[in-house]
Every structure is written in C-alpha cells, then in structure tokens.
Design a protein around this ligand. Structure first.
Ligand code: CP
Length: 310
C-alpha cells in the first residue's frame, strides 16, 4: 500500500487512521480546533486546486471539503461519476491522471471499492495529495478525525478514563473502523462495541474492545454513544430480520439513553435512519452532537488540506 507518511515524517496523503502516529493525529486535531475557533486562513492555499472525485454519493463529506477548500482560498473542482466519462468506460485511474493534467494538486476521493484510494494514490504524480473520503468498508479517516474532535470538545483531551460505545452495523462500516483506530491511538479507556452478531466483524477489527449484543447492558455508564447507520441493503441480504426488530433491539431511545452516564453525548455520522437506529427525540435532543460533528467536519477538512497542500 502507498505510504501516507514520507521519509521526513510528513503526511503527504491521508488514506487511513490505522497506524497514524498519535502526534500526527493530535496536530491535525489541534489545527482543526483553531479553525473551529475561527482562525482566518484565507489565502493559505491560494493558487492550489482541489478536486472532489466521488464515485459514491455524499452530502456531508463532499460539501464540507468544498467549504474547507473555499475557506483556505483554493480553487475547487467537482467531479461526479454519474455525469462523467466513466459512464463511457473511462477508468478511475485515467480520470485522475486527466484531472492532474489540468493542474490539480489535491484529490478528495470516495470510492465503493476497498483500497481504491490507495491504488489511485500510487498512480498519482509526486506532489499530488490524495485524501480518502471513504473507500468500501475500509476507512473514512476524516470522519474519524471529526468524531475525535467532537469527543475532545465534549469530554476533554484525556480519553483514558472514558468509556466509548459504538453501536450498529460495525461489520460494513468504514466509519467504525476509522473511529476504532483513532480511539485506540488516543488512549481511550474502554471501547465497547454492540450490535447483532450478523453485523459484527470477525478477526482483529474489534481487538481490545468489549463486545456485546445487549444494547442496554452496553450503555451502562458510557460517556459517549456513537451510533452507526443501518445500511438498509443488509435487510435484503438477510443480515437483519426487520427494521422494527432492529429498532427494538438496537434503536437509541431517550429511555435507553438513561442507562448511560448523566452527561453522556450522542454521535452519528449521518445520514440517519430516523426511527430505526435513533429516534427523533435523541437525534434532536440536548445530548446530540450530530450537527456539531458536521460543523467540525469543515474544520477538520481544512486542517487536512492545509497539512497536505501547503
Ligand atoms: N458521514 C458521511 O460520510 O456522510 P456523507 O455520506 O453524506 O458524506
């Protein structure tokens, strides 16, 4: 796989949080906090061009990268697979190389295939920077970073005494994988993972985590509940019996949330299935940080673009 850190220890792509050193991760969060606090960075990337290269749909990630690039003074191009020459058979690699030839240095790439963004990074010119905006079920590193920034703001930077709970379709979730890597790197005290057996991954993904299928027990005393989107196609695959059953067993309701610590916070990466994995009352309630996550997404993506392209 393409190395995302060069021989001098500088980040030149952001492909995964797996193995990203704690000091690099913390520096990105510190820069993001400065941007969240309003640091003016107009002109930081003047003369640079960034392209959002998305082969899968997105609302939050694509638009917040565009907003981040605007706030840094970069030119921003938007590629949409459905209206592009990929519909005529052009490959993702050729697409990248053609946009590079137009003088673009930064690529924000979302792709349905695991490892696709790393493959494109290996094909890119020296000096180009690629950011993984979500590949298959592997990684969504800027979502992991914005989740950590949101948790740090709510709970403080010391995660060592805190208990974090990730709930839902962990097996197919790139968000969960990036969150797990980041929580471990930042020294989370306890990480719990909860979901139906059919939606929990095998192997080392959950190493060091407390794993349970009992949501009420899992919630006991937690400081943060990180809900995941139920990917509805999992019902078609027979991994979930019905939306009603899923809501009964794994839906976060206000009553359930009372099992958590009194000041526990609730996160969800979006898009939400309201009434399935989370109720309106919780999603829109006082403990929900869901829109704070979205706001932090702009700040985190500014920090990433600044780090990679300046
Ligand atoms: N959280 C997230 O990745 O949302 P989008 O799919 O809308 O970008």
């Amino acid at each position: 796989m393409t190395d995302q850190i060069d021989a001098e220890g500088r980040l030149h792509h952001l492909l995964t949080l797996d193995g990203l050193p704690r000091d690099v991760l913390s520096r990105l969060l510190d820069r993001a906090q400065a941007f969240a606090d309003g640091e003016d960075a107009r002109g930081a990337l003047a003369g640079k061009a960034v392209c959002t290269l998305f082969f899968e749909p997105s609302t939050r990630t694509r638009l917040s990268f565009q907003r981040a690039a605007q706030r840094l003074g970069a030119d921003i191009l938007n590629f949409e697979a459905a209206s592009s020459s990929t519909t005529k058979g052009e490959t993702a690699r050729d697409t990248l190389k053609n946009i590079e030839a137009m003088g673009v240095q930064g690529f924000i790439v979302r792709h349905f295939a695991d490892g696709a963004v790393a493959e494109l990074a290996a094909a890119a010119n020296e000096g180009a920077a690629l950011v993984n905006a979500g590949d298959g079920r592997s990684a969504h590193p800027t979502q992991g970073l914005l989740d950590m920034l949101t948790l740090r703001q709510a709970l403080g930077a010391d995660f060592s005494t805190r208990t974090f709970l990730i709930v839902g379709d962990v097996k197919h979730s790139r968000v969960a994988r990036s969150d797990l890597h980041a929580l471990r790197t930042l020294g989370a005290g306890t990480i719990r993972v909860c979901g139906p057996a059919s939606l929990l991954p095998d192997g080392g993904t959950l190493s060091g985590c407390e794993v349970t299928q009992d949501f009420d027990a899992a919630l006991d005393g937690v400081d943060a509940v990180m809900m995941l989107r139920l990917q509805r196609e999992r019902m078609v695959e027979g991994l979930v019996s019905s939306l009603d059953d899923y809501h009964r067993d794994y839906g976060l309701t206000a009553a359930r949330l009372q099992h958590a610590a009194t000041d526990a916070v609730v996160l969800h990466p979006g898009p939400m299935n309201r009434g399935v994995e989370i109720t309106d009352e919780v999603a829109d309630g006082a403990r929900s940080l869901i829109l704070r996550q979205v706001a932090n997404g702009v700040a985190v993506r500014m920090a990433v673009l600044e780090t990679l392209l300046r």
